[in-house]
Design a protein. Sequence first.
Length: 167
Amino acid sequence: MKVRELNAAEAGAAVDTVFHGLSPQSRYLRFHAPMPRLTATMRRQLTDLDGYRKAAVVAECHRTPIGIARLAATGDDTAEIALAVVDPWQRKGVGTRLITALGRLATDLRYTELHGDVLGHNEPMLRLVARVFPGARLVREEDDVIRVTYPLNYQLTHEDLVADLRW
């Protein structure tokens, strides 16, 4: 299995493959609503990647996408994250590798905080979050949704500042 950054040119095929590999229950847990098909609007949102404000990583097995983790900026230095792993690969370490890679990418992109919403009965995802993001803050919201917030340890270096000034 390989995890790498997903680019916009290949995002459509990856999103389609992963979506079709999700059971109705997995789709519900990911999108917080029944999702029998991927609407054109939702597909456009999921495949709209610019490598900074909207970025993603993909897990592949023999070049076939088996999971995607994406981030979407919600502020200058905060981003919302989401994860989907096809059913046959769930609970086999794919989610851990995806979230870890997405956390590294977010740090490289200078995000200081990640957040996401998890359904309260999605215990496997809550365990994953606790394992990968120790110290994450979990706050119960409305409708059995738990807001997960995790600060990243990004530190602005002198080299980063000089590079930004040159840019």
